[in-house]
Design a binder for this molecule. Structure first.
Ligand SMILES: Cc1cc2nc3c(=O)[nH]c(=O)nc-3n(C[C@H](O)[C@H](O)[C@H](O)COP(=O)(O)O)c2cc1C
Length: 196
């Protein structure tokens, strides 16, 4: 196919395929239609786009996934496609709700389904919670990604409670600026890791 392209088309093809490979993946894992972590994830997308970064958006409300059975599910097309998006991303921001001092089951299920696709990824987290005291709830998942799949976990993690929101808006400027910092960090660190 490449043989038939003229110079301009070929240049465009190279730029577009590079852009595809340079995509940052932002995942929203809450299944609540009024999700707050989803709002945080949308801010992360906006911050990355502001930096000129191509973004792939994966919302588990729009892309429902089967429960992991550790067996036949790995052969399903939706799991193969999502694993591919995780594998090809250059940096991932995972937004999740805190449920029972952990991330919600949908986020955990995504990791169970896509496991090795996370190998050597740079990962940042956005967490929405009901109260301040659950702020270490991400550690179990972070440790698993770090130890199982050698992920580089960004320390700039953002945790927000209901106080940061009014209605369907993220209103706390500190939370917004921390999300921007996380987005910058993701792009910088993922690029540095790629060059190393
Ligand atoms: C089943 C369930 C368990 C929860 N467990 C916790 C918890 O352990 N700690 C906490 O701070 N908030 C907890 N919450 C509150 C949620 O973290 C909070 O509503 C958050 O906004 C959910 O994120 P989302 O709006 O993106 O869905 C829980 C909520 C539900 C529904």
């Amino acid at each position: 196919m490449l043989d038939s392209l003229n110079f301009t088309e070929l240049t465009l093809h190279i730029i577009l395929s590079r852009r595809h490979h340079m995509q940052r993946l932002v995942i929203s894992s809450s299944l609540d239609p009024d999700s707050r972590s989803r709002l945080m994830a949308r801010h992360a997308v906006a911050a990355l786009e502001e930096l000129g970064q191509p973004v792939d958006w994966l919302d588990l409300q729009e892309t429902p996934l089967p429960m992991c059975d550790g067996s036949t599910v790995y052969g399903t097309s939706e799991v193969i496609q999502v694993a591919d998006r995780v594998r090809t991303a250059q940096g991932i921001i995972l937004a999740a709700p805190v449920y029972n001092f952990d991330v919600n089951a949908a986020a955990k299920n995504l990791i169970e389904l896509t496991g090795r696709a996370w190998q050597d990824q740079v990962v940042g987290f956005l967490l929405a919670a009901g109260g301040q005291s659950s702020y270490m709830s991400i550690m179990s998942l972070a440790n698993s990604l770090m130890l199982d799949f050698r992920c580089l976990i960004l320390p700039k993690f953002v945790y927000a409670t209901g106080q940061s929101f009014k209605g369907d808006q993220l209103t706390d400027s500190m939370t917004v600026s921390r999300i921007t910092e996380l987005a910058e960090s993701l792009a910088n660190v993922a690029d540095a890791v790629l060059k190393a």
